[in-house]
Write a protein that binds this ligand. Structure first.
Ligand code: 13P
Ligand code: SF4
Length: 317
């Protein structure tokens, strides 16, 4: 299936017939981003899903994102064009592992990244995304221990920003972002001394970038640790003529649309998330035609998970 005008018209017609809103994450293929009613980062899309009055949400992203939409709006039909679109980061902690970790730290507040299963969210006090993780942890009284999961690089970033000592970090990672490494970033930064560095906090290189800045190898004001949504805002605000982007390469599409005059380049142009790319034009068409794959969350798990997601949505609004 080619994402041509006939395809776009068919998608729009079927979406209207289903009273569906199409949401696409910033890592989706360009054709999917362009047909969506809204593109954004995980926090923005959760908020839009919660506020939308459409009866069906078609989530072009990965499974935990569609699951989060279902948790927030159990009365709506939530479809994902391919339910196999998982997430290696969400797979790095199970509900049972989190229960065991909590038992070792009674009284600790559990903060989970939104890249987790509904079962993990149900064991969580407050969810966060990369755009509000620092605010979420800062909102917890200083004398309470914090268990942060599952991303170790985002956890390290939050710990640095909040200066919090009583924070334990789970050793999970996203295989795509962990693969964007420090030496690669250092080499690219040295070859492009005037470029801004936009770095997603899930990256293995986020710590190295701050180290390079600390050593004076890169001007500190050029190193920007940002969620995917904040990258789009920063693209509109920066005076830089070129930007090195350390995140999944789908991001480049929104950045180039937001600031066509800037030369955006990937730090690692192999950093593509195969799960995100399972949402093909053909899969989207099938989802709208067949009403599949539908996302279900056990109502009791959803009710427990909802409290932690709602706390996240309320912070910083
Ligand atoms: P954000 O869009 O919240 O920055 O998250 C990135 C991500 O890895 C989602 O898979
Ligand atoms: Fe998960 Fe990483 Fe893919 Fe994001 S890029 S969906 S964190 S595997």
């Amino acid at each position: 299936v080619e994402p041509d005008e006939a395809w776009a018209e068919e998608v729009r017609k079927l979406a209207r017939e289903r009273d569906a809103v199409l949401l696409a994450h910033n890592y989706q293929a360009p054709a999917i981003q362009d047909i969506a009613d809204h593109t954004g980062d995980s926090l923005a899309l959760s908020r839009i899903a919660a506020a939308s009055d459409a009866s069906t949400i078609v989530f072009c992203g990965v499974h935990f994102m569609a699951e989060t939409a279902k948790i927030l709006s159990p009365e709506k039909t939530v479809l994902i064009p391919d339910a196999r679109a998982g997430c290696s980061l969400a797979d790095s902690i199970t509900g049972a592992q989190l229960r065991e970790w909590k038992a070792q730290h009674p009284g600790a507040v559990v903060v989970s990244y939104v890249n987790t299963t509904a079962e993990v969210k149900a064991e969580t006090d407050i969810c966060c995304t990369s755009s509000n993780a620092v605010d979420v942890v800062a909102s917890i009284p200083a004398d309470r221990e914090v268990l942060f999961c599952p991303d170790q690089f985002l956890g390290a970033h939050v710990k640095r920003k909040t200066g919090r000592e009583n924070m334990h970090i789970w050793a999970g990672e996203c295989h795509v972002h962990a693969g964007i490494n420090g030496p690669e970033l250092a080499e690219r930064a040295a070859a492009n001394p005037d470029a801004d560095l936009f770095i997603h906090p899930e990256c293995g290189c986020a710590t190295s970038a701050l180290y390079l800045a600390g050593e004076g190898a890169v001007p500190a004001d050029k190193v920007k640790i940002l969620s995917t949504g904040d990258m789009v805002h920063e693209a509109r605000a920066t005076k830089a003529k070129s930007v090195l982007v350390a995140t999944e390469i789908g991001m480049l599409h929104q950045l180039r649309k937001a600031a066509p005059g800037i030369d955006f380049r990937a730090v690692n142009d192999r950093a593509s998330c195969a799960y995100m790319k399972m949402i093909t034009p053909a899969a989207l068409l099938r989802a709208l035609r067949e009403g599949a794959d539908e996302v279900h969350v056990d109502p009791e798990t959803a009710a427990r998970a909802r409290a932690s997601v709602q706390r996240m949505i309320e912070i910083g609004q």
